[in-house]
Ligand binder design. Structure first.
Ligand code: GLY
Length: 382
């Protein structure tokens, strides 16, 4: 289903639209170069005349805010910009409260729009604020990092972190539109780009071996930020849209999108959600661990595990716990952190394991003693 048949009128021929089908809440993910400068026209085409408040971070504001402000026209007047501190620690209760109050002070009403203009952190906290402000206002995502473009801006998950773990407080609040300007990635620092690439690889590993085969051939061109990059983003968004359309609230299949995340979130928690370990780096290690564990459990052949891990290594991503800079976690600490995972049931976390590349499945009955022994080996670098 096309969320807005008229959208193509305001787009250049090389832009692509992926529609996330959720009945009356369906929306478009518009992907292409130069879209930021068209965002006002795209928003009013989709939402009519609306007042827009922008939530961003200081780095994105410095690089791109002028372009977005220039794109907002009389149909979507600018109600104010709130610029947050960059970094995962911004996703907290203490930042959420003033954000909501500033949006209210900017006069954002039920019919208005919050634009989440940034990476995953901005998308998650701005989305959460939009979902609770006046019991829910419209949200438009304009993701600026590769990770946000291929994952967090799509699918409606919002949230903040607490002392107990990552994303443990939040809502499902679907955006009305996602505007993905691939030109914004030209200036993305290499480390951030690599971290976002881990999420692209995830879609191949979890359910699409053809895509993984293509990534093996196209990785260098993607990192050069050639036309293959837009294709990789579009394929990732299509894969995510198909899964979310089937299981919006993660009662089943959507959990597959967490391949590598049970391990990865625990590693991020250990590293203090800091620049020491980016989310994409954590899930790269997490996906490598999922393949190794699956291989050791006799579920997945060693050749597939080796191929997956080799691909992350070739992309310059970490695959071992020992590659985290600084001290190494104890297996007990990781087990405690995993016990707080969102997918925990009866104190036992669910893991996404694999039968091969493109064949992920949800395993809720992992033997936690085996897991502790596995992690003890991995933490000691074996
Ligand atoms: N990032 C996983 C999800 O959106 O379900």
């Amino acid at each position: 289903m096309d969320a807005n048949p008229g959208m193509q009128d305001v787009l250049s021929a090389d832009a692509h639209i992926v529609t996330l089908g959720l009945g009356t809440r369906s929306y478009d993910i518009v992907i292409g170069g130069g879209l930021l400068a068209q965002s006002g026209a795209l928003i009013s085409k989709r939402l009519g005349a609306v007042k827009c408040a922008i939530v961003t971070d200081e780095n994105v504001a410095e690089a791109h805010l002028d372009t977005l402000l220039g794109a907002l026209d009389a149909n979507c007047p600018h109600a104010g910009t709130i610029s947050l501190k960059p970094g995962e620690t911004t996703k907290s209760f203490s930042e959420l409260a003033p954000l909501c109050e500033r949006l209210l002070a900017a006069g954002i009403e039920r019919g208005d729009v919050v634009i989440a203009f940034g990476g995953g952190v901005v998308g998650d906290i701005a989305g959460f604020a939009a979902s609770i402000l006046r019991r829910g206002v419209s949200l438009v995502q304009i993701p600026t990092s590769l990770l946000a473009q291929v994952d967090s801006s799509v699918g409606g998950k919002t949230g903040i972190n607490t002392a107990q773990g990552k994303n443990l407080v939040g809502t499902f609040h679907q955006p009305r539109l996602v505007i993905t300007d691939t030109d914004l990635l030209a200036s993305l620092p290499e480390r951030q780009f690599r971290a976002g690439y881990a999420e692209i690889v995830k879609y191949g590993l979890l359910g699409d071996i053809e895509f993984f085969n293509w990534l093996e051939k196209s990785r260098a061109a993607i990192f050069e930020r050639g036309p293959e990059l837009a294709r990789a983003i579009e394929t990732s968004c299509r894969a995510k849209a198909a899964i979310v359309a089937e299981d919006e609230r993660e009662s089943g299949r959507r959990a597959l999108l967490n391949l590598g995340h049970t391990f990865g979130h625990a590693l991020e928690g250990f590293a203090g959600y800091s620049g020491r370990l980016l989310h994409g780096e954590a899930i790269s290690i997490g996906m490598a661990l999922a393949f190794e564990y699956s291989n050791e459990a006799g579920l997945c052949g060693g050749q597939d595990a080796g191929r997956a891990i080799a691909h992350f290594r070739a992309a310059g991503l970490p695959v071992e716990i020992s590659q985290i800079p600084g001290d190494t976690p104890s297996p007990g600490a990781l087990m405690d952190l995993m016990a707080q995972d969102k997918k925990v049931s009866g104190g036992v976390p669910a893991f996404i394991l694999v039968r091969g590349i493109g064949e992920a499945f949800i395993e809720s009955g992992v033997d936690m003693e085996n897991m502790q022994r596995f992690l003890a080996r991995k933490c000691s670098g074996k």
